[in-house]
Structure formats: structure tokens, C-alpha cells
Design a protein around this ligand. Sequence first.
Ligand SMILES: [Fe+2]
Ligand SMILES: [Fe+2]
Length: 135
Amino acid sequence: MPLITWGPALQVGNKTIDEQHQKLIDLVNRLNDAMRAGHSKEVLNDVLTQLVDYTVYHFGTEERLMAEHHYEFSAAHKNEHQKFVQEVGSFKKRFDQGQATISSDIMTFLRDWLARHIMATDKKLANALQKSAAR
Ligand SMILES: [Fe+2]
Ligand SMILES: [Fe+2]
């Protein structure tokens, strides 16, 4: 069973952002599946690295859109991104050093952060982008 299911609640209404969110959710689900299947550290590391890299890429896309459209809440939005990258980055470091493993706590953190950020912060951005495009 997937940890997060893509659906209308997670849709923000911007094609690029929605497609990237689906890919992110797919990676979170793959990491969860790999953990539950008891896969090796190498396999977990492979999926975790893809998730970290894609997250950074995705945040870059949103931040480029914010700059292009002079989005008024970009500082607060970027701050949320930065904190998440820092938190996941420090987890990845501990994982690499063998001090942490993928747990259901980590998966719950990823799921909740992503769902909350998408439904509130990204939705607000997508609404502003739509207004900006209509002008
Ligand atoms: Fe975002
Ligand atoms: Fe996003």
C-alpha cells in the first residue's frame, strides 16, 4: 500500500508543479516500500539519494517561478524549503555514517511535511501564479 496517494487534495493546479509533486510522492512511496521490504542499505541509499536530489531540483523549479512572477511570499516559502533540505540533509549524513536508518518515523515525517507543504504553501503559490498568468 502506498504511503501517500496522489489525488485532488494534493493538486495545486499548476501543471509543472503538480507533475513534479507526483514524482516526489512516487519516490517517497518507493522509499517506504524499500524499507518495508527490508532492502539493503545500498538500495535504500539509492532511493534516498534520488529523493534528496529530486527535492532540491523541485524546490529550484518553484523558486525560479517565484522569482519570475515576483511572488510576494517567496522569502517565507524559500525558508520552508531550506529548513526541510537541512533536516533531510542531516538525516542523510547520519544515514551515510550508519547512525540512522529509514524508519517509519522518518517516513511519517516526510509524508506529513510534504502533504502539509503542498496543500498550504505550494497551493498558495500556484494560486498566485494563476492570477499572475491571467493578468
Ligand atoms: Fe514549495
Ligand atoms: Fe512543491
